[in-house]
Design a protein around this ligand. Structure first.
Ligand code: FAD
Length: 390
């Protein structure tokens, strides 16, 4: 039974609109009903619960900020954050699927695509009728995507695409891929590659101990003919993919807090029920220290993302502010997950509770969309003006 109760220690709900609260309760109920009862089983079997796609579309998880005319919900960024938070309360892998679809596939098609591309893909992506993935990372270029070797050559009416991408969420089942590759001038270009194009394959990556309920794979391009109308016409350079990552990182800043809240809530309840030495373990100072620090960090994190949401909706949030929030939320979520797991003792390592799954998931979340280190370097560069990346 899913007993989850979201913490709101500082009455932050008062900062949300009626619409935000309504969206939250819709998504929260959906997660309780559809995700929580089945997710552990899928994660244990390392299988993505494909049947959730339709429901994710219905609750508006795919591209909530995309305008209504293209099938989105036209919501503000606070609403988007709330949706990610509630989904990740269920599982980071399911939130990853939604982040990729909305922020990394729909957003670039909306922001960089032609009107034809928008009309062709966005409405179907919004409902989940077609699914997408985002290919930036390569086997030899992760934190340094600018070094990518995947490339396109101009062949008149089409481009010839060669190369490979690695660690791509949703790749094994995606109908389309937003792919970043260098042109003959060495400039990074974005394009839509469709499943079925000759020479395009998506082998699945197996053996993950993290995000087990999310499908990850490679994108392999062997002389793939990409029609010219599939390229994003004007965007060139790293700012293309980085613009998408900003969207997704913003959602993760909220999402990771959802995982943290679930771990805290589970540990709190357990601490009141589990009796050792004749009293609930929650009555021991050592356990109270853990809980007190968890709720403090969650509350600080909630304030940070709430403010970031306001700035983002006003188009004022900087990439550096988003970096700080992503890094902070994931760091505290991991810390909370580790402490919460210990509070459950042996039960904490089982699938009876969600904590160990969150903890393992968060090991991916702390690495993808810019590693913990990379976000620190971004903050460091922002405050000093000095580049410590190289
Ligand atoms: P590396 O870049 O090799 O980093 C290794 C270590 O070196 C890290 O600790 C890093 O912080 C550190 N490091 C790197 N550079 C510096 C530096 N300058 N200074 C100090 N330390 C440094 N990518 C996509 O394109 N699309 C996806 O959908 C996607 N989904 C993913 C799903 C999962 C489950 C995972 C695990 C990854 C996914 N990724 C995806 C890839 C992800 O974004 C990369 O793993 C990430 O960017 C890090 O790259 P890397 O793994 O090559 O590590």
């Amino acid at each position: 039974k899913d007993l989850y109760e979201a913490p709101d220690y500082y009455q932050l709900d008062e900062l949300l609109s009626e619409e935000h609260l309504l969206i939250r309760s819709t998504v929260r109920d959906w997660v309780k009903k559809e995700v929580s009862p089945i997710i552990e089983d899928y994660a244990q079997r390392a299988e993505f619960p494909k049947h959730l796609i339709k429901g994710l579309g219905e609750i508006g998880a795919f591209g909530p900020t995309i305008p209504v005319e293209y099938g989105g919900a036209g919501l503000d960024y606070t609403a988007y954050g709330i949706i990610m938070q509630e989904i990740e309360r269920g599982d980071s892998g399911i939130r990853s699927t939604a982040s990729v679809q909305g922020s990394l596939v729909m957003y670039p098609i909306y922001a960089y695509g032609t009107e034809e591309q928008r009309k062709k893909y966005l409405p179907k992506l919004a409902t989940g009728e077609i699914m997408g993935c985002f290919g930036l990372t390569e086997p030899d270029h992760g934190s340094n995507p600018g070094g990518m070797v995947t490339n396109i050559k101009d062949k008149g009416d089409h481009y010839l695409l060669n190369g490979a991408k690695m660690w791509i969420s949703n790749a094994p089942f995606a109908d389309i891929a937003v792919v970043w590759a260098k042109d003959e001038e060495g400039k990074i270009r974005g394009m839509v590659v469709e499943r079925g194009m000759e020479g395009f394959t998506t082998p699945e990556t197996h053996g993950k101990w993290s995000l087990r309920a999310s499908a990850t794979g490679e994108l392999v391009f062997d002389n793939v003919k990409v029609p010219k109308e599939n390229i994003f016409p004007d965007i060139k350079g790293l700012k293309g993919p980085l613009g998408c990552l900003n969207q997704a990182r913003y959602g993760i800043a909220w999402g990771a807090l959802g995982a943290a809240m679930d771990c805290y809530d589970t540990a709190l309840r357990y601490s009141k029920e589990r009796i050792q030495f004749g009293k609930p373990i929650g009555g021991f100072q050592l356990q109270q220290k853990k809980l007190a620090e968890m709720i403090t960090e969650i509350t600080k994190g909630q304030l940070l993302v709430w403010r970031l949401g306001v700035l983002k909706s006003e188009n004022r949030a900087t990439a550096e502010q988003i970096s700080m929030a992503k890094r902070n939320s994931v760091e505290i979520a991991l810390d909370i997950a580790r402490n919460a797991r210990q509070m459950l003792g042996g039960m904490g390592i089982t699938g009876e509770y969600s904590i160990m799954r969150h903890m393992m998931n968060l090991e991916s979340v702390v690495t993808y969309e810019g590693t913990h280190d990379v976000h620190l370097l971004i903050t460091g560069m922002d405050v000093t003006g000095l580049n410590a990346f190289k």
